[in-house]
Design a binder for this molecule. Structure first.
Ligand code: GLA
Length: 339
């Protein structure tokens, strides 16, 4: 049975797709068969939407309302539309994969950083342009957005350029703008990694989710969940999931994978068993109403294309499929959680 069918009473199941997947019919068939949601791995990030040439050629015209170009997203939106698959939007505001020039006066990184008012206005207009485009051209396709990604680091708000210029206001403005421009029913998420660490979990809850929720600006918490074989601890992870769930927000597992550099049968068996334990947590949380999980998205499709091999500088085997989209033991173990 396909993943999307097996888990249909619980949550959507998805994967992150890249330009490589879009060119590979086997990969696209796998998506059509197994998943009912997907995320663009990269192609909807600010570095792809912000038009370098146009903004820099005419900063006077664009200084408050950045020029944008959505070509990178169109193949994904078309694929979603043709196949009736829902999409998560990722990501409107992030310190990474945002061009450096975007933060500067006249979009000139040799000069001065732009002031707070300018940046908050650019952010508002950028979010307006993105949402307007997807909602006008592809209505109903994107059901959730990661409005802000990874704002917490080292025990505090991350000292990103966004923070340096705007303080915490960049985060609140991003959610205000997203709420203002998002179509009714489109869910707004805060997304981060290592969300089971107690200090990080508490900061996210107290400094981000509760203040946003009080103002009706957030609908869900995104737990990225780039797992290791021995981290995080299952109990800590379950506790964090339930604490996010207790806020009355949706929870989505947004970037699930499990780094493992040993492809031996025994090691892949351990990977399968650990995946099963995580899925047991997800299904139980949903059944027992301790966290309203609405989607679980794997980060990439097949081992051969995982970002982890680059990130960890060693070949990784972290997913449910490999080679020509063949299912691994982990695929069958995950399915066992709903048998
Ligand atoms: C983070 C981001 C993702 C992606 C991964 C690496 O988790 O949220 O968009 O860049 O890193 O692929």
């Amino acid at each position: 049975m396909a993943l999307k069918t097996a888990f249909q009473d619980y949550f959507k199941i998805g994967a992150a797709l890249s330009g490589w997947d879009m060119k590979d019919e086997k990969h696209l068939d796998l998506v059509r068969r197994e998943y009912n949601t997907f995320t663009c791995e990269n192609d909807m990030k600010p570095m792809f939407f912000l038009d370098t040439e146009k903004n820099q050629a005419d900063p006077e015209t664009y200084k408050l309302n950045p020029a944008v170009c959505f070509d990178s997203a169109i193949p994904y939106l078309e694929f979603a539309k043709e196949n009736g698959i829902a999409m998560r939007g990722h990501t409107l505001t992030w310190h990474n994969q945002t061009p450096k020039w975007f933060y500067y006066e006249n979009y000139n990184e040799e000069g001065e950083l732009a002031d707070k008012q300018t940046m908050l206005t650019r952010l508002d207009n950028y979010i307006h342009s993105v949402l307007d485009f997807v909602q006008t051209r592809y209505p109903g396709i994107i059901y959730a957005w990661d409005v802000v990604n990874e704002a917490i680091d080292e025990g505090d708000f991350r000292k990103s350029t966004w923070y340096q210029i705007c303080g915490k206001d960049f985060l609140f403005r991003a959610f205000e703008s997203a709420r203002k421009y998002a179509a009714p029913g489109v869910k707004l998420f805060y997304n981060d990694y290592e969300t089971a660490l107690d200090w990080k979990r508490d900061l996210i809850i107290n400094e981000i989710l509760i203040p946003l929720k009080e103002r009706g600006l957030v609908d869900g918490m995104g737990m990225q969940s780039h797992l290791l074989m021995d981290h995080p601890d299952l109990g800590e992870y379950k506790k964090a999931l339930e604490m996010y769930g207790a806020l009355g927000l949706e929870v989505q597992i947004t970037e699930l994978d499990m780094h493992n550099a040993d492809p031996s049968e025994e090691s892949m068996h351990q990977l399968a068993l650990r995946y099963k334990e995580f899925f047991r947590i997800y299904v139980d949380a949903k059944k027992n109403k301790t966290a309203n999980i609405t989607a679980v998205t794997f980060w990439n499709l097949v081992d051969e294309f995982t970002w982890l091999t680059f990130f960890r500088k060693e070949t990784s085997y972290p997913l449910l499929f490999h080679k020509d989209c063949e299912p691994k033991e982990a695929y069958f173990k995950v399915l066992e959680t709903v048998e």
